[in-house]
Design a binder for this molecule. Structure first.
Ligand code: COA
Length: 188
């Protein structure tokens, strides 16, 4: 079976470096982790990723059940960090409530923090919600004395790569993710 290779960058930041905390735009608020919001994270992840390149790299991101499975896996990791796991919501009444963004963090061996997935729902992009969620997660890692924080990003996802560079993340490694063409639907 033919395969597609996606180039990915491992990036890392020193989360202890002093930084100005970005404020959410008016009307938006952070919602902390609790067990009851697991499915909201999964649905927000799905709506953020379904039309993006990462849904080809990780086909589970392109369907809701896959996002639910992924969220359960993240939640069940021994290093899962509620303090680095956040949602962004807009609106305060049940009729106006919109879930706009999600981020999850885990700690790995050796004192390294890992950002799992960050996603902003399309209609809410370009408002610095992504910036604010990363800053919030970094503050959560710091609460656990985790200063080195890492993530992986698909090299072609230039908007995300630029965002991470602007926040101080630097490339530490290049890796390739192999995906069967049957899973991506991409035919060479
Ligand atoms: C990458 C992503 C998280 C960024 O979220 P965001 O809330 O748009 O991020 P910000 O607003 O903080 O910054 C986005 C940048 O794009 C610019 N921008 C302008 N208009 C924009 C628009 N309509 N949509 C998105 N970004 C826009 C912003 O000004 C900013 O530019 P800068 O970095 O040069 O300042 C979001 O695009 C996303 O969820 N993408 C799909 C999922 C994904 O790829 N996640 C990353 C996986 S590693």
């Amino acid at each position: 079976m033919d395969s597609t290779y996606f180039k990915r960058f491992r990036m890392e930041v020193d989360g202890s470096a002093p930084r100005l905390a970005a404020a959410l735009p008016p009307g938006y608020r952070f919602v902390p982790w609790n067990e009851a919001v697991l499915d909201i994270h999964a649905r927000t992840k799905f709506r953020s990723f379904r039309d993006e390149i990462d849904a080809l790299v990780f086909p589970c991101l392109g369907n809701l059940e896959g996002c639910r499975r992924l969220m359960r896996e993240i939640r069940n990791k021994s290093g899962f960090l509620p303090n680095a796991t956040w949602l962004v919501a807009h609106g305060s009444t049940p009729e106006s409530l919109q879930w706009c963004g999600t981020i999850q963090g885990v700690s790995e061996r050796g004192g390294l923090g890992m950002i799992q997935n960050i996603g902003i729902v399309p209609g809410h992009r370009g408002l610095k919600l992504g910036t604010c969620l990363i800053e919030r997660a970094l503050a959560g890692f710091r609460m656990h004395r985790i200063d080195r924080v890492s993530l992986e990003v698909t090299a072609d996802n230039s908007r995300a790569v630029r965002l991470y560079q602007r926040l101080g993340f630097r490339r530490t490694r290049t890796v390739y993710k192999v995906v069967d063409e049957a899973a991506t639907g991409v035919v060479a």
